[in-house]
Design a protein around this ligand. Sequence first.
Ligand code: ZN
Length: 134
Amino acid sequence: MYEHSRRMFTALLPLLSAGDDLETKRRLLHHCEVAVRRLGEGEAPGRLTQRLFLEVRPLIGPSDALTALELVERHVNALHHATLRARVAPITRCAGRNRRGRPCGRDAMRGQDYCTSHRDLADATLPPPVARQR
Ligand SMILES: [Zn+2]
């Protein structure tokens, strides 16, 4: 779960209006962590998107609000689907390859295509970071 909130945090970070203010970053990370936990507890993605957006909006410049909403929505939905897959999916073999080009052979993380060593390959298929609108 930690990686999901971290990913959401990293995506929203460039939109912070207060820039490198440490307290603002902490608040953003906190909101992301709480949101991921709420989703795990069964909160509906639509409602969660709305709630998280309202929480992070004061931290973000007005011109980036729409971008923030789209980011929040995409990440909440991606996480929601990952959670659903994880509940029903059997554990499969990792789709990654070792340095010799042979199949990795380790168990993939539940509901995912790659093991912990090859999780970076899975990250490559996530929504791309959004360019700032200036
Ligand atoms: Zn692997």
